[in-house]
Design a protein around this ligand. Sequence first.
Ligand code: ADP
Length: 261
Amino acid sequence: MVDAYGSASHETVRLETVRKIYTRGENSVAALAGVTVGFHQGTFTAVMGPSGSGKSTLLHCAAGLDRPTSGQVFLEGTDLSSLSEKKLTLMRRDRIGFIFQAFNLMPALTVRQNVVLPLQLAGRKPKKAFVDEVIGRVGLGDRQGHRPSELSGGQQQRVAIARALVTQPSVVFADEPTGALDTRTARDVLTLLRESVHVSGQTIVMVTHDPVAASFADRVVFLADGQIASELHRPTAAAVAEQMTHLSDAVAPVAVAAGSV
Ligand code: ADP
């Protein structure tokens, strides 16, 4: 298909009728109640919704960290449910980047060592020029020897972004990446994420509860009760906030009668 920027693209990640049921004793909750959604290559999507609407579950299923109860998740056309645990782990390591709210850097390692760590864990030899380029892209060229404790929160998140990008993954999943940052720093980090999409063609899926953060994305997918409630393209923060006020009236997640799964 032709994306919003006029170039041909394909779906890097696709969820097809994904259901995820959690069972607690007698009760079951459909955290995802049949979600079908695609994320095109070179696009930046924000996933929003009230607390408990299934955002984390969607991210975990899409990233192969959790297996759906039913339905399928495709990464670059490969059905993740067809993979063994071992193959799934390799797929995550080689094809998926992660960025978390809490940065999750190794405190004893320098900026450069943190960035090249995923390559080393994968047994891939870091190419100096490319590592330099990625660290330069996130604006930390002069901080390579620093340890995380010597950096600001925004700089630490930039290290985490470089670490996610260095393996040249098919997709980066970001879970509230600006949740621990002040407004200005958050804007810088979001601008960097957006650049990596529009300049380098990275695919990013970001869970956030912040309408301003979501407005940096090309598209916002809204979840309510484990289902896709609506979508916005080229969102403004005001339009996202307005949409969220409708969703926050949503009722609790759908209870599933025991035995119906
Ligand atoms: P969100 O990220 O939008 O806050 P979640 O995906 O975390 O939503 O949760 C969706 C629903 O699934 C909630 O009702 C939550 O309580 C339930 N849930 C999530 N994870 C588990 C789990 N491990 N065990 C039982 N219920 C869970």
